[in-house]
Design a protein around this ligand. Structure first.
Ligand code: 5GP
Length: 201
């Protein structure tokens, strides 16, 4: 059986990453890794589903034990991807998506050169600001901080393998599956497929 593919999926807040991933993971060949974090749960989040919520001490212990594929600090909190979330699924042929920020993505690129890195962009900064405002959950200064953060994160987009603009959800999800298909066909070039085809010649 073919190993699953490790996919890094990064997007600034307000780009619709969560909605895209909900659509993508309806396909049983794709799943999202649940990360560990030291931040408190937000309303509506479910422990062990949204994140594994752990203390800073527990987090640092896990770092020492080499339990993480990557970890990073974001704002005032630590976030990390457990190897145990990733490896068993890849072995079973399932594609594992890491929903992580840019520093972590760059670490995965070094540790796993075969990982596929995808960055989701908003159609424009004006549209991003409009979407963040529409949520209505945040004060104006928090929104402006998120916009500034998004601009910084977008600087990393050229380092990824692909970018997807999330203007219309359905198109963005189609783009994701087109990338996966293209990568499968590229991989077939160096796999058994060519020998199979030549077999009865
Ligand atoms: P939030 O606190 O809003 O859930 O996440 C903040 C940022 O941390 C987001 O960009 C999210 O993608 C990122 N993040 C979540 N889990 C991980 C992880 O395991 N590793 C890294 N490097 N970033 C993560």
């Amino acid at each position: 059986m073919n190993r699953g593919r490790l996919i890094v999926f990064s997007a600034p807040s307000g780009c619709g990453k969560g909605t895209m991933l909900a659509e993508i993971t309806k396909n049983e060949k794709f799943c999202c890794s649940v990360s560990a974090t030291t931040r408190d749960p937000r309303e509506g989040e479910i422990p062990n589903v949204s994140y594994y919520y752990i203390t800073k001490e527990e987090f640092l212990k896990k770092v020492e034990e080499n339990a993480f594929l990557e970890h990073a600090q974001y704002v005032d909190n630590f976030y990390g991807t457990y190897l145990s979330e990733v490896e068993p699924r890849l072995e079973k042929g399932i594609n594992v998506i890491l929903e992580i920020e840019v520093q972590g993505a760059m670490r995965v690129r070094e540790a796993r050169p075969d990982a596929l890195l995808i960055f989701v962009l908003p159609p424009s900064i004006a549209e991003l600001r409009r979407r963040l405002n529409k949520r209505g959950t945040e004060e104006q200064d928090v929104i402006e901080k998120r916009v500034a953060q998004a601009k910084e994160e977008i600087e990393y987009a050229p380092k990824y393998d692909y970018v997807i603009v999330n203007d219309a959800l359905e198109d963005a999800v189609d783009d994701f599956f087109s990338i996966i298909r293209a990568e499968e066909l590229k991989a077939a070039k160096s796999g058994e497929l060519i020998n199979e085809v030549k077999k009865d010649a």
